[in-house]
Design a protein around this ligand. Sequence first.
Ligand SMILES: CC(C)(COP(=O)(O)OP(=O)(O)OC[C@H]1O[C@@H](n2cnc3c(N)ncnc32)[C@H](O)[C@@H]1OP(=O)(O)O)[C@@H](O)C(=O)NCCC(=O)NCCS
Length: 312
Amino acid sequence: MEVTVRPYTDPDHGAVVGLLQRTLTRDPISRERFTRQVLLDPNFHPEGAVSACDEQGQVAGFCLAIARQVPLENAPPDDDRGYITLIGVCPEHQRRGIGGRLLAAAEDYLRGQGRRSVLVSPYAPGYFIPGVDVDAYAGALPFFRKHGYREVYRPLAMEAPLWDLTRSGWLEHRETGQDVRVEAYRDEDTLPLLEFVRREFPGDWVRVVREVMTRITAGECPRRRLLIACRGREILGFVHHDRERFGPIGVARPERGCGIGHRLMFEALAAIREQGFRTAWFLWSDDNTARRLYEAAGFREIRRFAILRKDL
Ligand SMILES: CC(C)(COP(=O)(O)OP(=O)(O)OC[C@H]1O[C@@H](n2cnc3c(N)ncnc32)[C@H](O)[C@@H]1OP(=O)(O)O)[C@@H](O)C(=O)NCCC(=O)NCCS
């Protein structure tokens, strides 16, 4: 079969989404999500989104490479690196070299953007999952290895049942002191929270809390979606959740190890449960934090990912 590898074009939309649904079976991507998270991403460039087409013009494979164009608000520039955030080849066309050609085209795009390394795929713009799910996409690991990628580390996703969540179960031994309050976000927390996150958590979290506060004040979600731990007027930590998706959660460095994280976690899980959800999950932690924090709330590993890297 003759296959052409070329940049994404608009008529590919439905076929590419269908292909991703058949190949990334654990991560269903709807048409709307593809539009929102890929096409509307200001970092998207069609040259970095490569489709493989057969002689009839049918899409047999797709790969998305991202070179950040819009710098992160509060992080060192990453303009020396690029990211692969999606790749899939139709099951009936796998092991014929199509994936390798897509990857080569994606890497060429990144080189052309001046990137000297490529990652699959930590906090990339519009990322779907961290790296490769080592169980769900087991074939992708030897595939990337064959093309010169090596593992950087293995984060995990976790899930907790909320059926029997009670305060007395695990929070009672971790009292944080009377002077620490946990409250839903108020308008007057806006600037102090941005400043807190900017200071304590360089990276993408300023954008995250900025977007959440924007949505709350637009009436699109409840204030309890963002909970803040304070002593007096001083912010000590925060936690966010979105329906049953938990996180991010962060406590100021000097305040860690005093139960504030546990209390924030409990309040967020209670809020998730009160909305009618019976599990909570998140996509990204390291083993250390899993042991120190999440396991106390009944979170257990549900997915394991490999973050990969290659020098270009
Ligand atoms: C991973 C994927 C994109 C590879 O595409 P592909 O067209 O099959 O890859 P290629 O034919 O170019 O493979 C090149 C080499 O990679 C390795 N490889 C690819 N798939 C493999 C598998 N399932 N098991 C072991 N090795 C594999 C082999 O060394 C292969 O060479 P070989 O066939 O001569 O032995 C494809 O298998 C796929 O779509 N999988 C499902 C979606 C997925 O896992 N995406 C990645 C999620 S992060």
